[in-house]
Design a protein around this ligand. Structure first.
Ligand SMILES: Cc1cc2nc3c(=O)[nH]c(=O)nc-3n(C[C@H](O)[C@H](O)[C@H](O)COP(=O)(O)OP(=O)(O)OC[C@H]3O[C@@H](n4cnc5c(N)ncnc54)[C@H](O)[C@@H]3O)c2cc1C
Length: 473
C-alpha cells in the first residue's frame, strides 16, 4: 500500500479538477490529482465539443436545404453518415488528445490513476493501492447521465452522451428522452442530418427556459422541424428491430413507433456515489449533495471543497473552470479561505436559432420590469432569412438595474454575452441603450428590447424616436 502526504488532493481530472490543480499549485501547494476514468474531460470527450461538432454538420446540411430562400436551387444534400461521425470522432480525438498531453506533462507523482473514496475527513483511499492524506481535498468528480426508469427494460440498448458519439454511422431513427439543453441540441442536429427523430419529455419546458413567452416561441420554432412531444409519459420495450416506444400526453398527443436507438438525455446527477461521503464528516442535503458555500466552495467548516458539475449548481463549462479555480485557491491556501468572484449565471443552448439565459429568471412580480423584442422584425435577421425568435430582458423597476434575460434567436450566444457583461458591470437599461450598436446587426435587437424595458419602467429620459437609427433595428 502506497502512502502519500500532500497539501491538496483533487478527486477528478476534468475541467474543474485541472483548474483546481493549477490554482492550488500556483498557491505553492504540493498537489495530487486522482482520476478513475480515461481522462480528457467530459467537455472534450463526451460533452461540449463532440456535440458542437455534430451540430455543425447538421447546420451545413440545413444551409443547403434552405438556400432556395435566396433563389439558389441546390439538390437535396446526400449525407454520408459514416463520414459525418468520422469527422466528429477525429476532431473530438484531437481535443481529447491535447488535454491528455497537458496531463501527461505533469510530474508523475502528481497524478494517480484509480477511484478515490473518503476514509476520513482528510484521508482518501485510491482503489486498494494508495492512501492519500491531504491538508485539503477538492471534490471535482463531475456528473453522469441517468437512464430514466421507463428505459430500465432496454437500458442496455439506450444511448447516452457517453456512447452516442461513438456510433459508426448515423442511425435511421432515434427517440430522444429529454427536451432539456443536451437533448434538444442533439435531437435537432440528428434530425437535420436526415435521422427520423422524436423528442419526448414529461415536462412542458423546452431547453430549460423559465420565461413562458420565450419558451413558447422556442417550442414553436423547434416543433416546425422536430417531432416534439412535451408533457408526455411513455413506455419502452425491446422490439425485433429496435426499441418500441409508446407515448401519450394530456394534450391528446400520442404515438407508437420503433426506433433504432433511444438517447437518454434526462439529467446528469453528480458523481457522488462510492465516495463514502459519510466518512468525510460533512453535511449532505436531502439529495445527498454536500452542503457548500457558493463563494468559497467549502463544505461547512471542513477542509473539503466541492466544485463543477459535482456540486450540482451550474453545470456548464466556464463555471466548472471558475469554481475549480476558487476551490483550488482556497485548498492551496488552507486554512485561509476567502470568497471567490462568481459570475452572473449564463447558459447557451446550441439549437438553431440558439437559446440563451442570463442572470435571474423572470419572477412575474410587479417589481420586475420586462422589455421584449420580436426577432421576426430584425432587419439583419430578415436579410439572412433567419428572422425568428424573441428576446425578453428583466430589470429592477426601482432603479432600472438590468437583472437578466432569456432569448431564442439568431446569434443568441453573442447577445447573451453582451447582456451578461452588462449585468456584471451593473448597467441599467438606459446605459445599455447608450452604448454603440452597429447597423445592421442582430445586436440592435438587444437595444430595442432594452428600449422597451425603459418604456416599461417609465424611466423618462429615453425617447423611442431618438433611437430609431435604421430599418429593422
Ligand atoms: C453532451 C453535453 C454537452 C455539453 N455542452 C456544453 C456546452 O456547450 N457548453 C458548456 O458550457 N457546457 C456544456 N456541457 C457541460 C460541461 O461539459 C460540464 O459542465 C463540464 O464538463 C464539467 O466539468 P467537470 O470537471 O466538473 O466534470 P468532468 O469533466 O466530468 O470531470 C470529472 C472527472 O472526475 C472523475 N471521477 C469521478 N469520480 C471519481 C472518483 N471517485 N475518483 C477519481 N476520479 C473520479 C471522472 O472520471 C471525470 O474525469 C455539456 C455536457 C454534456 C454532457
Amino acid at each position: 500500500l502506497r502512502q502519500i502526504q500532500c497539501d491538496v488532493a483533487i478527486i477528478g481530472a476534468g475541467t474543474t479538477g485541472l483548474s483546481a490543480r493549477a490554482a492550488a499549485a500556483d498557491a505553492g501547494a504540493k498537489v495530487v490529482m486522482i482520476e478513475s476514468g480515461p481522462g480528457g474531460t467530459t467537455c472534450a470527450r463526451v460533452g461540449c465539443m463532440p456535440s458542437k461538432l455534430l451540430i455543425a454538420a447538421g447546420r451545413a446540411a440545413h444551409a443547403i436545404r434552405g438556400a432556395s430562400v435566396f433563389g439558389i436551387e441546390a439538390a437535396a444534400p446526400r449525407i454520408d453518415g459514416a463520414a459525418v461521425m468520422a469527422r466528429v470522432q477525429r476532431e473530438r480525438d484531437g481535443f481529447v488528445g491535447s488535454v491528455l498531453d497537458d496531463v501527461a506533462a505533469l510530474p508523475e507523482d502528481e497524478t494517480i490513476q484509480g477511484r478515490a473514496r473518503f476514509i476520513g475527513p482528510t484521508e482518501l483511499a485510491v482503489d486498494d493501492h494508495t492512501r492519500v492524506e491531504a491538508r485539503a481535498i477538492v471534490i471535482a468528480t463531475g456528473s453522469s447521465p441517468t437512464i430514466p426508469p421507463e428505459l430500465a427494460g432496454v437500458a442496455d440498448k439506450a444511448l447516452t452522451n457517453e456512447t452516442v458519439f461513438e456510433l459508426k454511422t448515423l442511425p435511421r431513427s432515434l427517440a430522444v428522452i429529454g427536451a432539456g439543453p443536451l437533448g434538444i441540441e442533439l435531437a435537432q442536429a440528428f434530425a437535420r442530418l436526415g435521422v427520423r427523430v422524436v423528442v419526448l419529455d414529461k415536462a412542458k419546458a423546452v431547453a430549460g427556459l423559465h420565461d413562458p413567452k420565450v419558451g413558447e416561441v422556442a417550442r414553436q420554432i423547434l416543433a416546425a422541424e422536430l417531432d416534439l412531444n412535451l408533457g408526455v409519459t411513455f413506455e419502452a420495450s425491446a422490439g425485433t428491430d429496435g426499441i418500441a416506444l409508446r407515448w401519450s400526453g394530456d394534450d391528446g398527443q400520442s404515438g407508437a413507433e420503433t426506433f433504432d436507438y433511444v438517447l437518454a438525455a434526462a439529467g446528469r446527477p453528480p458523481n457522488l456515489d462510492g465516495l463514502d461521503l459519510d466518512r468525510a464528516g460533512i453535511a449532505l442535503d436531502d439529495k445527498g449533495t454536500p452542503v457548500f458555500d457558493r463563494q468559497t466552495l467549502r463544505c461547512g467548516d471542513s477542509a473539503i471543497f466541492i466544485a463543477g458539475d459535482a456540486d450540482h449548481d451550474r453545470p456548464v463549462l466556464h463555471e466548472a473552470a471558475n469554481e475549480g479555480r476558487i476551490a483550488g485557491v482556497n485548498a492551496g491556501h488552507f486554512p485561509n479561505v476567502v470568497p471567490g468572484a462568481r459570475n452572473v449565471p449564463f447558459s447557451v443552448v446550441y439549437t438553431d436559432p440558439q437559446i440563451a439565459a442570463v442572470g435571474v429568471a423572470m419572477s412575474g412580480s410587479a417589481d420586475q420590469a420586462i422589455g421584449e423584442r420580436d426577432l421576426r422584425k430584425s432587419g439583419r435577421a430578415r436579410v439572412e432569412g433567419r428572422n425568428a425568435g424573441l428576446i425578453r430582458l428583466y430589470a429592477r423597476r426601482d432603479d432600472n438595474l438590468l437583472l437578466g434575460g432569456e432569448m431564442v434567436g439568431p446569434d443568441a450566444e453573442h447577445l447573451a454575452h453582451l447582456l451578461a457583461w452588462a449585468i456584471e458591470h451593473k448597467l441599467k437599461a438606459q446605459d445599455l441603450i447608450a452604448l454603440p450598436f452597429y447597423h445592421p446587426t442582430i445586436e440592435e435587437s438587444l437595444r430595442s428590447a432594452a428600449r422597451n424595458l425603459c418604456h416599461d419602467i417609465q424611466s423618462g429620459g429615453v425617447r423611442a424616436a431618438s433611437l430609431k437609427f435604421g430599418p429593422g433595428a
